[in-house]
Design a protein around this ligand. Structure first.
Ligand code: TMP
Length: 237
C-alpha cells in the first residue's frame, strides 16, 4: 500500500490517503510539542518507537477484544490504519495523581487511587482542550449517550490490560490519554496512539519517569528514556 495525498499533518504524525478510501497511512514524526504547541522540539528516534509501541499495544488490546484502527505496520514509521472519523474527545484515565490532576486539585504527584479516574476533554486546540463532562459532550453533540458509554467501558478495560502489561515490565502506568473514532458503520474503535507521548510511565522500582514528561519538564535524558521504555516492552511482549 502506497502513500497518496497528505490528508493532515498533526503535531506528531502525518496522515496520508491510500488507494483504498477506507484506509489511511499514519507516519510518525520525531517532532514533540507540549503545552498546546507552545514548547517545541525533536526527540530523535521517537517516531520509530511510538509507531512500534503503539502497534504492539493495540495488537494486544485487539486480542483482548478492544477494537482498534490498526491494520498493519508498513515500516519503521508508517502504519496502515482504518479510516475513522475521530470523536473529538480526549479521554484520560488515571491510576495515580500527576500532571494537570495534581495542579487542578492542589495535591502532590504519586498518590495511588483506590480506583481509576476518567475525564474527558473537548479535543479542540484553539480552546486548549477544555475539560467537560458527559452532559456537556451530549449538549455539544460530540458523541451520543451510547458512544460515551462504550468509550468509558473500553477506556477502563484498556487501563486494566495496560496496567497489568506494564506491571510485568517493572513499569507503573500512572495515566494516559486515548482517542476513539467511528468507522463508516458507526462502530467505535480505539484510534490515535498509545506511546510514551500519551502515557505517564514510571519505573516501578525507582520512580524514574520514562515518558514525555522528561521533555515537558526539561528533565534531560529524553531519548534514553524512550529507548529504555521500548526495550522493557520488547523484553516482555
Ligand atoms: P495531564 O496530566 O497533563 O492532563 O496529562 C494526562 C495524560 O495525558 C498524560 O499521560 C499525558 C497525556 N496527554 C496527551 O497525550 N496529550 C495531551 O495533550 C495532554 C495534555 C496529555
Amino acid at each position: 500500500m502506497n502513500k497518496g495525498e497528505l490528508l493532515y499533518e498533526g503535531k506528531a504524525k502525518k496522515v496520508y490517503k491510500t488507494d483504498d478510501p477506507d484506509l489511511l497511512i499514519v507516519s510518525y514524526k520525531d517532532d514533540a510539542t507540549a503545552f498546546n504547541g507552545l514548547k517545541r522540539g525533536t526527540i530523535q528516534g521517537k517516531g520509530v518507537i511510538n509507531n512500534r509501541m503503539s502497534n504492539l499495544l493495540m495488537k494486544r488490546l485487539g486480542e483482548k477484544g478492544i477494537p482498534t484502527h490498526l491494520v498493519e505496520e508498513l515500516s519503521e514509521r508508517d502504519t496502515l490504519v482504518k479510516r475513522v472519523s475521530i470523536v473529538p474527545l480526549e479521554v484520560i484515565v488515571r491510576n495515580i495523581s500527576a500532571g494537570s490532576f495534581s495542579k487542578r486539585y492542589g495535591v502532590e504527584e504519586g498518590i495511588v487511587f483506590d480506583s481509576p479516574t476518567i475525564e474527558i476533554s473537548y479535543k479542540n486546540d484553539e480552546l486548549g482542550d477544555p475539560l467537560l463532562n458527559r452532559y456537556h459532550a451530549l449538549a455539544l453533540k460530540l458523541a451520543s449517550e451510547e458512544e460515551l458509554q462504550t468509550i468509558k467501558e473500553y477506556s477502563f478495560r484498556i487501563n486494566d490490560e495496560l496496567k497489568s502489561f506494564w506491571s510485568g515490565c517493572g513499569v507503573t502506568l500512572v495515566d494516559f490519554k486515548l482517542e476513539f473514532g467511528r468507522l463508516p458503520d458507526g462502530t467505535i474503535v480505539l484510534a490515535d496512539e498509545i506511546s510514551p507521548d500519551t502515557c505517564r510511565l514510571w519505573d516501578s522500582a525507582t520512580g524514574k519517569k520514562l515518558d514525555k514528561d522528561r521533555f515537558r519538564r526539561d528533565l534531560g535524558g529524553v531519548e534514553d528514556a524512550y529507548q529504555e521504555i521500548m526495550q522493557r516492552l520488547r523484553d516482555n511482549i
